[in-house]
Write a protein that binds this ligand. Structure first.
Ligand code: NDP
Length: 295
């Protein structure tokens, strides 16, 4: 069985360097996708309360025959459940749907800058869950430098990860560097540029990028594998998503080649500074709030 390299979080908890994402995977396809991922060797699944598929993720893991302790489960609290008491209850909802007593990594999905007091309350709840052993590590997602600074000013526990949009067309190097200085691991969402596939203008998808394509050809690998290798060699966690077994396996077959310094630099050079996902400041309760069902 394939051994996936591990990264070590700032509280010494180990996390597989490549995990499996299930955003936009419909609930009725999630079990099969997670099954295929576990069979291919993934041992880290990234879901979220807002993805409406935590239940199916938990069912697939439970039925897989893989020991619970061997699978790193990560999920996210949605903004509608921010605030201390609400987030404690948010844990109960997620753990209940996942069918687990303990979540390996629980993170805040967005910074919610317009109501940051709620965000701070939510983070305090994560700290309580960590102290109580209900979660093994805590973190954030889509936090920009100013949000991290404001959080660190009040937090007792430094977030273990910041999950953010990172792919060759949008690298967010400032956020990554700030995180590195504070011991916060950058975890790349849309690691192979999934969010760029749907852009109307500007440039086409990272998968069609000629620079990436040429590097892929040189190694006899696919563009997706080259991008994942770029994350690995730069020390990031990455969580590619697919519902197709062949691609699921392809995205984990990235441990037998190495990009040169020049190839890494060429990929770094593709950064457009243009975000594919929503502006973190545009995520408000008015525009994105929605109730998360009970378990
Ligand atoms: P990815 O970069 O993982 O790309 C996914 C897309 O690429 C899908 O359209 C998939 O299609 C396709 N694909 C997957 N593998 C290959 C391959 N080898 N060759 C060609 N195409 C491929 O983008 P995501 O946006 O899905 O991000 C990954 C994960 O990150 C999410 O699932 C989620 O867990 C997390 N995420 C977190 C966010 C946050 O705000 N915190 C926001 C967005 C994502 P198909 O399924 O048909 O194979």
């Amino acid at each position: 069985m394939l051994t996936i390299p591990q990264l070590t979080l700032n509280n010494d908890v180990a996390i597989p360097a490549i995990g499996f994402g299930v955003f936009q995977t419909p609930p009725d396809e999630t079990r099969a996708a997670v099954d295929a991922a576990l069979a291919a060797g993934y041992r880290h699944i990234d879901t979220a309360a807002a993805y409406s598929n935590e239940r199916e993720v938990g069912e697939a893991i439970a039925k897989s025959g893989v020991e619970r302790s061997e699978v790193f489960i990560e999920t996210k609290i949605w903004i509608s459940d921010y605030g201390y008491d609400q987030t404690l209850h948010g844990f109960d909802k997620s753990a209940g749907k996942l069918g687990v007593d303990q979540i390996d990594l629980l993170i805040l999905h967005q910074a919610l800058p317009s109501e940051f007091a709620k965000t701070l309350g939510a983070y305090r709840a994560l700290e309580t869950l960590l102290a109580d052993g209900k979660v093994r590590a805590i973190g954030v997602s889509n936090f920009m430098v100013e949000h991290l600074t404001a959080l660190l000013d009040k937090a007792t526990v430094v977030p273990a990860v910041n999950q953010l949009e990172v792919h060759p067309y949008f690298a967010q190097r400032d956020v990554q560097e700030y995180g590195a200085q504070h011991g916060i691991l950058a975890q790349a969402w849309s690691p192979i540029g999934g969010v760029t596939f749907y852009r109307d203008s500007g440039h086409s998808s990272t998968l069609q990028d000629p620079v990436i394509g040429k590097i892929a050809e040189a190694h006899g690998k696919s563009p997706a594998q080259v991008m994942l290798r770029w994350h690995l060699q730069q020390g990031r966690s990455a969580i590619p998503k697919s519902t197709k077994p062949a691609r699921i396996a392809e995205n984990l077959d990235v441990f037998d080649f190495e990009l040169t310094g020049g190839q890494l630099a060429a990929i770094d050079g593709l950064d457009t500074g243009k975000r594919g996902g929503p502006e973190p400041d545009a995520i408000t309760l008015a525009s994105f709030g929605r109730p998360i069902p009970e378990a």
